[in-house]
Write a protein that binds this ligand. Structure first.
Ligand code: GDP
Length: 417
């Protein structure tokens, strides 16, 4: 086996076509960039090794690959790249699948119906009509004739829409890719290529697919997109004889917490101590009447472990928001100017009472990790017991990680010896 030369840290690779959103994901999750700012990101043209190890518990690297990388290029060292890699995240732009375009198209018809009484169309609509036929023009040279009209009046517009709708429906039924869908087909092709190549080098890699930018899609469309990608990607793998490769799919967006949730699941798969951590959280919860607790990597808001009760998105979001509040308040009021201190240290703790009788309680576990618990306000009367239990918990967590460090140390000295 090939191990990475520089370190033994589990490595996550982030790959996907150009503009699929890789840099945005990296910036939003690990560098606190606000989602709107990503609109101005320059496209990635080289491999970016982003070492976030100094500020985060999660020790991994994100290799932001330019989408157009060519695996058959002899300078592409796949052994080096995939050899030490723990998980490979492949990002697919869900807004490029074309599945939603069809619905949008059919909706245009509804929009136009409100102009029934007018003789001429509203200017916006006319502009929109002009745009759409032009977009569709390149899709099929045979149909160019049908798609060209530039509508100026309502009857013409209706006719045009009807023609376009028929065209799209026909294309969808035939299952043939439109030009607009080419990126999607290409993304699936690249996914297949990447996964099989990586698997050959390192069969232990965990494969994750982020179906990204789903913020613009309705629930039905999300499901349909996920189903479609699952089907096509697996069919292709099976056809090529790789049915042992498992792809995990996640619907993600940088505009909500889904990207953090998805990253949490990926990172958890790379933490060997996960069962021990879960167990400790379960014990803490039972003995302290806590309903839900998360162990957070503070910098990225990835939760590296939680107890074994199911996670509901709302609780997770609440805890994420709490971390933001604590860090922001610390930055403003907690740091003396002349001190080179972090906003999060061993004194960090916070308590937020919500008006529905719930309490959020945050405690520092170590330099990188925080415990965030959700519990009923009545049960918080026994804060002394909870704090005592927390200290035992923190001690146990430290032991779990020290044990691992020792084991790692022994194995390296053994191999040196
Ligand atoms: P890269 O080339 O794969 O690194 O892609 P970028 O990170 O540069 O992203 C391309 C564009 O997608 C940018 O304009 C981002 O603002 C946009 N983008 C990224 N993530 C999302 C998302 O979750 N939702 C939406 N709507 N747009 C996104």
């Amino acid at each position: 086996t090939i191990t990475s030369t520089s370190d033994q840290k589990p490595r996550i690779l982030l790959m996907g076509l150009r503009r699929s959103g890789k840099s945005s994901i990296q910036k939003v999750v690990f560098h606190k960039m606000s989602p709107n700012e990503t609109l101005f990101l320059e496209s990635t043209n080289k491999i970016v090794k982003d070492d976030i190890n100094n500020s985060s518990f999660v020790q991994f690297q994100i290799w932001d690959f330019p989408g157009q990388i060519d695996f058959f290029d002899p300078t592409f060292d796949s052994d080096m790249i995939f050899g030490g890699c723990g998980a490979l995240v492949f990002v697919i732009d869900a807004q490029e699948t074309g599945i939603q375009n069809l619905d949008e198209f059919i909706d245009v018809d509804k929009d136009v119906s409100c102009y029934d009484e007018k003789e001429n169309l509203d200017e916006d609509i006319v502009d929109e009509m002009k745009e759409r036929p032009r977009e569709a023009e390149n899709t099929d040279s045979d149909s160019e004739e049908e798609i060209k009209p530039t509508p100026a009046t309502l009857p013409e517009a209706r006719k045009c829409i009807e023609q376009l709708r028929q065209f799209f429906l026909q294309k969808k039924n035939e299952g043939s890719p439109l030009d607009a869908l080419d990126d999607y087909i290409e993304a699936l092709h690249k996914l297949n290529l990447t996964v099989t190549k990586a698997y050959k080098v390192n069969p232990k890699i965990i494969f994750e697919v982020f179906i990204h930018k789903v913020d613009g899609l309705g629930d039905d469309c999300k499901m349909e997109t996920q189903r479609d990608i699952h089907q096509r990607a697996n069919d292709e793998l099976n056809d090529a004889g790789y049915d042992q490769i498992h792809l995990s799919l996640h619907l993600t967006s940088i505009y909500d917490h889904s990207i953090f949730e998805a990253f949490s699941k990926v990172v958890q798969k790379l933490i060997p101590q996960l069962p021990a951590l879960e167990n400790l959280l379960n014990i803490l919860n039972t003995n302290s009447a806590i309903e839900k607790s998360f162990l957070f990597d503070v910098v990225s808001k990835i939760y590296i472990a939680t107890d074994s009760t199911p996670v509901d998105m709302q609780s997770y979001e609440l805890c994420c928001d709490m971390i933001d509040v604590v860090i922001d308040v610390s930055w403003i009021y907690g740091i003396k100017e002349d001190q080179d201190a972090a906003a999060f240290d061993d004194q960090s703790s916070s308590l937020i009472k919500l008006n529905n009788g719930t309490v959020l309680y945050l405690r520092e576990v170590n330099k990188f990790l925080a415990l965030v618990c959700i519990l009923r306000e009545d049960n918080f009367d026994h804060k002394g017991i909870i704090d005592y239990n927390f200290l035992c918990f923190r001690e146990a967590i430290q032991q779990v990680f020290e044990l691992r460090n020792k084991l790692q140390h022994n194995s390296t000295t053994n191999s040196v010896g």
